[in-house]
Design a protein. Sequence first.
Length: 387
Amino acid sequence: MNFSILFLFASAVTAKTFSGLNYNPKRPDGSCPTVDDVKKDLSVLSKYTDTLRIYSAKDCDQGEPVLRAIEGTSWKIYLGMWVGSDDASYLADKKEIIRLSQNFDLKKYVKAIIVGSEAVYRKEQTSAQMAEKVNDMRSALAGIELSSIPLTVSETWPFYDSNIINSVDFIDVNIFPFWEGKTIEESNSVIFKHIYDLQAISTGKKVIVGETGWPSGGDNYEAAVPSVKNSQRYMGEFICRAQKENIDYVWFSAFDAPWASSNNASNVEKHWGIIESDNKTPKYSGNSWFDCDEILESLEDSTSSSNPSSTSSSNSPSNSPSTSPSTSPSETSLQQSETNSPKTRANSTDIAALNSSSATSTSFTHQNLSAFTSALSLLLLLSVFML
C-alpha cells in the first residue's frame, strides 16, 4: 500500500501543464547565458514543462549551456537552427550541432532539430531551399550516426507547402490569432481551423503547433486586445482543447523579454511569457490558471450553434505586409522580437478544407495537479509514520 502511494505521488508531481515552452536563455538585459543561468531558469520552468525549444545552437553559443544544464535530467529540447537570407547562420548552426554531438548524447536530450523559423515568410528562403536544407541536415546527421533525430521546419501556416511537408518528419507550424487581428472570443476557433486544415494536407504526418500565445501587454492589433486576462483565457482554451485532441504544442513563450524590440505594430514583443521579466515571478496569480472541465464545457456550448469551418481569413498571403525583418538571429525571433510581428502572421484561404479528427486524452490541469499533489503529499507523510 505504501509503495502504491509513493508511485501515485511520483506520477502526480511529474505531470506538466505545457507540452513545451519556447525558451530564449538570454538574460533580461540581453546578455548571453551561463550554465548556472540556465539551471536557475530550469528550476523555475520545471513546474510547468519538461520540454523547451531554443532557436539556435550557435547564437550566443546557447546550445552548450542549455545541454550542459539538462545533462543528467529528464529535460528534452527542440534544437533550433537559424536560417537567414544567406547560408551563414545555417552553416554555423550545422557545424555547432556536429561539435555538440561529440560532447553530449543528443539522442537522449534532443526531441527534434528545427531547421529555420519563418524564413519562407520573411522571403529570405523559398520552400524548395528549406527542403534542401532539411535534406542536407539529414545527411549530416547520418554521418554522425544521429539519423534517429527527427527533422522539421518551423513556418507560419500559410507557407507550409508541399515542398516543406514532403521533406520533414513532422509539421511544426506557428499560428497566432492575435496577429490575424482576431478577437479573443473567436481565437480558439481560428487556431483549430488552421490546425485541421494542415492536418488535411499533411500526408499523414503529425502536426505540432510550434508557436502560439497571446501577449499580456502592449497595444491592440486590429480587433485583438493584449491583456493578462485575454492571455490567460487564450492559454486555457487552447491548452485544454489541445490536450483533449492529442495535439502537441510549444507555447510562446517561457519568459517576458524586456530586451525584445519595440519596433512593431503593437508594441507587444516584450509580453509573451508565462513568467515575468525577472525570470522568477509567474504572470498569472494562484495555483490554478485554468480549469479544463469548465473551459471545455464552455467551448462546447459556444460552438454548438456555430460551425468552426465558417471562420474565414480576411487576407491572402499576397495581401500581407511584405517588409522583412533583419536577417541576424540576434535581431529576429531568437530575441522573440520579430518572430511574432504582424508581418509573420499572414492570413490565407488557400489551405485545404476543414478535416477535423479529434481524440480524447486524460491529463492533469494545473488546478487538478495542485490539488492532487497536496492530497497525496499528506498521504505520503501519513504512510511514513505508518512504516
